[in-house]
Design a protein around this ligand. Structure first.
Ligand code: MF3
Ligand code: CO
Length: 261
């Protein structure tokens, strides 16, 4: 994880552009999601959409400790997969599935990162509730992203909203600062205590990630070395926005029509 950086106005403006590019790619994927499409075809949509905005995919060949280089531009996490599912031509979407799509791009030297979990056709009321609560937890967390607050204020919102609904949050993975590097400090866990942790300052940019399991919190890594799934096979949802901490409050840099419901 790279060091914490504070962005000036000019850098924030650039990150508005990279956020917009990342949101564009996710929006294009949203339009392609339907029963029968494969996750490899969604990767192809990401490839074309990323090129269309002259951006560079952030995930392709990305390395994190103890994993092989990541082989795609998006992560596709279906049903009990939490994060980091790899696109595959044999994996098709079916009515009733939920499919998390995570994508980040680099534009003008800065990264933008976002994720959304989509229902495929009609889904069960339980699945829809998981999506609604996880998305609500992300927005409650974003509301805390203002100068003077602390990382714990964001983290505790993620935890409280999910756990109040009877769900559990992921312990082993976290959101992150973002800028010239995809992963900068501070680390943003999905659980925590209000008024604790790193203090938020004007000019920080945060990739806030809400990762919620319908069942237990325990997860395991599959044999491909990347895919993280729930141990109890319960459904899992993931939403992420890139957010600038500004003097007049949080500004979401990855907003797009997919979020308006
Ligand atoms: N949005 C996730 C993260 O920031 C996805 C990382 S996938 C990887 O951790 F391929 F880039 F590792
Ligand atoms: Co991220």
């Amino acid at each position: 994880m790279h060091k914490l950086t504070i962005k000036n106005q000019r850098e924030i403006e650039r990150m508005r552009q990279s956020g917009k590019a990342a949101a564009h790619v996710l929006h294009r994927i949203a339009e392609a999601i339907q029963p029968g499409i494969s996750t490899a075809e969604l990767e192809q949509v990401a490839k074309e959409a990323t090129a269309a905005v002259n951006a560079i995919p952030s995930f392709l060949n990305y390395r994190i400790p103890e994993h092989p280089p990541y082989p795609a531009r998006i992560c596709v996490s279906r049903n009990d997969v939490v994060i980091h599912g790899i696109p595959n031509k044999h994996e098709k979407l079916h009515t009733g599935d939920i499919i998390g799509v995570d994508t980040a791009v680099k534009l003008g030297g800065y990264h933008g990162d976002n994720a959304f979990t989509f229902p495929v056709g009609d889904v069960s009321p339980q699945a829809q509730r998981l999506l609604d609560i996880t998305k609500a937890s992300l927005y409650a967390a974003i509301a805390q992203a203002k100068p003077g607050n602390r990382v714990g204020d964001i983290a505790s919102q993620l935890q409280t909203v999910a756990e109040s609904a009877g769900f559990s949050v992921i312990q082993n993975y976290a959101g992150h600062g973002i800028g010239r590097h995809l992963h900068e400090k501070p680390e943003l866990p999905c659980f925590g205590t209000p008024e604790r942790g790193t203090r938020l300052r004007t000019g920080m940019v945060l990739a806030i990630e809400a990762m919620v399991n319908a069942g237990g919190a325990e997860v395991e890594c599959l044999e491909d070395g990347w895919t993280i799934a729930t141990t109890d096979s319960s459904l899992s949802a993931f939403f992420e926005h890139t957010v600038a901490v500004l003097s007049d409050g949080p500004e979401i840099l990855t907003e797009s029509p997919i979020w308006i419901s």
